[in-house]
Structure formats: C-alpha cells, structure tokens
Design a protein around this ligand. Sequence first.
Ligand code: NAD
Length: 255
Amino acid sequence: PGIPTAAVSRLVTYLRILEELERAEVPTTSSGALAERAQVSAFQVRKDLAYFGRFGTRGMGYTVSVLKRELTRVLGLNRSWSVVIVGMGRLGQAIAHYPGASEYQFGYVGLFDVKAELIGMPVDVPAQREGVSGSELAASAQPRQLNIQHIRDLAAFAQQQAAQGRAIDMGFLAVPPEHAQAAAQSMVEAGVKGILNFAPTLIQPAQDGAGHERGLQEISDEWRDVMVENVDFLVGMKRLAFYMLNPQLRDQDPE
Ligand code: NAD
C-alpha cells in the first residue's frame, strides 16, 4: 500500500512547524498542537505519522527535536542530493538563485540550456550545505558560481560526476512544454533518476524509438526507475478559483 502524496506534503509541513518550534525553544508538542498549526485534524497528524512508525509517547506528545530528526530522515533530507537544472530561462534562473533549496543538502551541480547566448554564462547558486537541517547546517557554506552548459554535454558531465562519486540525483526541468519530453529524455539518458517537472505538460516514458536507433526495450529500461514530480503554480491558481467558487466542496482533510 502506498502513501498518499498529500500525506507526504503534510509531513513537509509538520517538519517546517517543528523547525519553527525548535527555533522558539519549545521542547515538546502534541498531535493537537501540530494539527492546529498545519490546519488539519489531530487524527490526520497521527495517521500521517503512523505510516512511518510510532514517534510519540501516549499522553506525553512528541519531543520536538526527536520528531524533527525522524521526519528529516523519513523525507530523505538527512542526505545530500545533487541537482541539475535543465532550461536556464526565466524560471531556471530564478530557481538557481533561490536560496531555499540549500536549506537542506540539495546542491546544484550543473545548469543546462541550448541557447548559444546562455552557454558559458556564470550563474551564482547557493552553496550546498552539510549537516542535517536548519541550525545544524554548516554555516561556512559559500555561494558558488556555475557556468551554464549545453544540454548535449549533460551525459558526459553526469559520467564525470559519477566517476568522482557524485552521481546526479535529480534534475529540475524548466524548458518550454514543447521541449520538455526531449529534454527529459536527455536527462534520463544521462542517468538522472528523479525529475521535478515545472513544464505544464506530462512527461511520458519514451514510447517509441523516434530519433533513436535503439530498441523499445532499451528505452523503457532507462525509464524504469525514473520518478517524475510535476509542479505547477497554474494548477494551484485554477484550484483556488474552483474552490473560491465552490467553497462547500473543499475537503479539509484530504486522503
Ligand atoms: P523561458 O523561455 O524563459 O526559458 C526556457 C529555457 O529552456 C530557454 O532558455 C530555452 O533555451 C531552454 N531550452 C529549450 N529547450 C531545451 C532543451 N532541450 N534543453 C535545455 N534547455 C532547453 O521559459 P520560462 O518562463 O523560464 O518557463 C520555463 C518552463 O517553466 C515553461 O514550460 C513554463 O511554462 C514553466 N513554468 C512553470 C511554472 C510552475 O509553477 N511550475 C512557473 C513558470 C513557468
């Protein structure tokens, strides 16, 4: 049985709340207190946490630092993630500059595009931090500069990184929708196993060998364990419009 994506999103919210509590030096909390701040029910909080084990003591609530550490681990945020950005237009550049990703150990290692005037352009990216999260992260991390590379060099770059024990984990895809499939294919061929797709189109595992002199089997093997997550603020905008027109249909405790 899987875990609903909404539950994983809520875990991210609980973790943010725990970090706020820790900053405020609050030592313990409860499902009720977490629920109130996350705007869900206490039952929902207990149910979400129960997917991963038992964290609290009955009647005693949760130790903030312990639950924070456990959620950090469950979410995979206690390890480092090497990230490339593919598509360095308006959105790609905005993402690259945004310091939020370095709050955890997400580090940009490469930036890619196809446009001649962008290739070679230096871009400041936040430093990849080391440590667990928040206050425990090394404060010495300095911002770095990366030069935008051509997408055709992604595979070679990925190989080079892997040879140094720093395989690329994720790619953020920020190209126009009509180029998203081709760019995603380049990422997968380079061995990228996780794609955060910002383009408003669904990425499909390659169905045919168009443009490739390789068999179907080989293509689908490449895509076998590739994970794609779609992010689109336009979806949020349309959902907001829908719920504003139909407030009675809002489900406060989804899945
Ligand atoms: P943009 O035109 O400014 O930039 C796109 C860049 O992708 C260009 O520099 C282009 O040269 C590059 N590109 C094209 N094909 C490529 C390929 N095969 N490999 C590498 N790079 C390639 O566009 P933008 O405004 O930055 O938007 C980028 C994408 O993000 C669009 O699909 C847009 O719809 C989407 N978008 C999503 C959100 C969101 O919330 N998810 C928000 C804004 C934009």
